[in-house]
Write a protein that binds this ligand. Structure first.
Ligand code: OOB
Length: 516
């Protein structure tokens, strides 16, 4: 795809980052350079490479360079730390790990040095910027001028996305060339992207939303421009929107609300904005009204998942649909079932569990045969874990979830992953993590811990330091720790998360009254 775009309009601007501007021709040759460099290091078709880069042009040079070689990027998030990265490297048997030198004060070279000790499959750590003791990404490649694309089968895996997760360790989602290209093309069409599109990537481009829904890839597919930034705060973002005449962007609900408030006092000219996508977590109707009030009829709700299925409110949808639903499936071939706990269809309009199957939805997690037996129905429907209802117009409203995941303003935290980390603490005998409502983030995490015999359970600060030391991503560290003598159990002997959620809420009430 990149080669086609670069031939069609080599001199148009593809990517903007700060003062840097890359034309399509420059992006094309940057991808070629990376491909030759990686080929020179022995990286070949089928190899997996963990890519952990922020929103900088090199992300796309490496992404497309890997595509060119037929190698598969594993898209780690910028906030992933040792625990996640080691797991992703081992699971994918990655041969290389690509990192920035220092990003937002965090030295990724130090992290990489720890990772290589625990993931012997890694043969190379490639650094964008000052490589320290590792290998520079920039460097001599093979002499061959231009590595030609090796694909002959569009059903092969093109990239591996990280799942929000419900189990102890993150899962990888195989996305194929044909499914992901469709994802990008159909999304770009629905969102009316064209050569005049200027897309601002303010969410991490390693996440499906900003990468391909329609995201940066959609903007490039349409012949437009993508502006990359890691600063979604309104001061920086509004200045960029004004300077670059940004036409479209994607946000999670907390950021959308901050932006909406900021329009009241910021003087920037935002008149170029034609599409403001909000998704990744529930946008409450009152917040949708606030955002639409501030930005006008440019708001679009997006209910998507890295696993595939995307729902969008259409750009010409009635106001009521935009304010009160999370959109309609992208493809006419997306199959939706809304079922009860025995997989029986609920009556039309009733709330149930969302199952889906379709042209760009995964058929199985990567190297997870056991998990796949429960994550899918026998006939291949993916169990999203979301509770939805369908309106007469076919739009979905997200009403909750059955999966044990905390959605912290769009950042997904698998309860089991944090629980398993917590119980490695010598003073913790048992742990259960539940969501608590939060005005800004929608939800935060509350961990209930049971102290080990004769031990005193750690407080929040100590637990946080412990989990950071274990290499857990910062957004997974519990916002609250509560100590119990024992965890409540259900009639069948499972931890009663519902009781814990109510308890957490009751404790919030008490804390709220105690601290006016
Ligand atoms: C996006 O992808 P993931 O993989 O980080 O998370 C998917 C999950 C969904 O299953 C759902 O539980 C939740 O995030 N979610 C929403 C939502 N959008 C996602 N819940 C309520 N309302 C929404 N609008 O989050 C994602 C991927 C592509 C595009 C947009 C979001």
């Amino acid at each position: 795809m990149l080669r086609t775009w670069a031939r069609a309009h080599p001199h148009r601007t593809a990517l903007v980052h700060g003062e840097r501007r890359l034309s399509y021709a420059e992006l094309e040759s940057a991808a070629d350079r990376v491909a030759r460099r990686l080929a020179g290091l022995g990286i070949a078709a089928g190899d997996r490479v963990v890519l952990q880069l922020p929103n900088i042009p090199e992300f796309f040079a490496v992404f497309f360079g890997l595509q060119r070689l037929g190698a598969v990027p594993v898209l780690a998030l910028p906030l992933h730390r040792r625990s996640e990265i080691v797991h992703l490297c081992r699971l994918s048997e990655a041969v290389a790990y690509v990192v920035p030198d220092v990003h937002q004060g965090f030295d990724h070279r130090e992290l990489a040095a720890e990772v290589v000790k625990e993931a012997p499959c890694l043969r190379h750590v490639l650094v964008v910027g000052d490589p320290g003791t590792h290998t520079p990404l920039d460097g001599p490649g093979t002499g061959v001028s231009g590595v030609s694309p090796v694909h002959d089968d569009a059903s092969e895996v093109a990239l591996l996305l990280v799942s929000g997760g419900t189990t102890g360790l993150p899962k990888l989602i195989p996305r194929t060339h044909d499914d992901y290209a469709y994802n990008v093309r159909a999304s770009a069409e629905l969102c009316r992207f064209g050569p005049d599109t200027v897309y601002l990537a303010a969410l991490p481009v390693a996440h499906n939303f900003a990468l391909g829904c329609p995201g940066v890839l959609g903007a490039l597919h349409a012949g437009g421009t993508a502006v990359l930034t890691d600063e979604p705060d309104p001061d920086a973002a509004f200045a960029l929107i004004e300077r670059e005449r940004v036409t479209a962007t994607a946000l999670v609900p907390p950021t959308a609300r901050v932006w909406a408030t900021a329009t009241g006092w910021a003087g920037a000219d935002l008149s170029s904005l034609r599409l403001l996508q909000v998704g990744g977590a529930r946008l409450l109707p009152e917040h949708a009204i606030q955002v639409r009030g501030a930005f006008g009829p440019v708001l679009q709700q997006v209910f998507g998942m890295a696993e595939g299925l995307l729902n969008y409110t259409e750009p010409d949808a009635p106001e009521d649909v935009v304010l009160h639903t999370q959109g309609r499936p992208l493809s006419p071939d997306d199959e939706i079932r809304i079922v009860d706990e025995d997989d029986r269809d609920v009556p039309p309009g009733a709330v149930g569990r969302l199952l889906t199957r379709g042209p760009y939805t995964l058929r199985g997690y990567y190297r997870a045969p056991e998990h796949n037996t429960t994550a899918f129905t026998a006939d291949g429907h993916y169990r999203t874990g979301d509770l939805v209802r369908r309106t007469p117009t076919g739009h979905l409203v997200v009403e909750g979830r059955v999966k044990e995941q905390i959605n912290r303003g769009g950042d997904k935290v698998a309860a089991a992953e944090v629980e398993q980390q917590l119980i490695t603490h010598p003073a913790i005998a048992d742990a259960a993590v539940v969501p608590v409502p939060d005005d800004l983030l929608g939800e935060r995490t509350c961990a209930f811990v049971v102290p080990a015999p004769d031990a005193e359970a750690p407080g929040r600060k100590e637990a946080a330091a412990f989990l950071r030391e274990r290499g857990l991503a910062p957004y997974k560290i519990p916002d609250r720790i509560e100590v119990l003598d024992a965890l409540p159990v259900t009639a069948v002997g499972k931890t009663d998360k519902r009781a814990l959620t109510s308890l957490a809420n009751a404790l919030t009430g008490i804390a709220g009254r105690a601290r006016p």
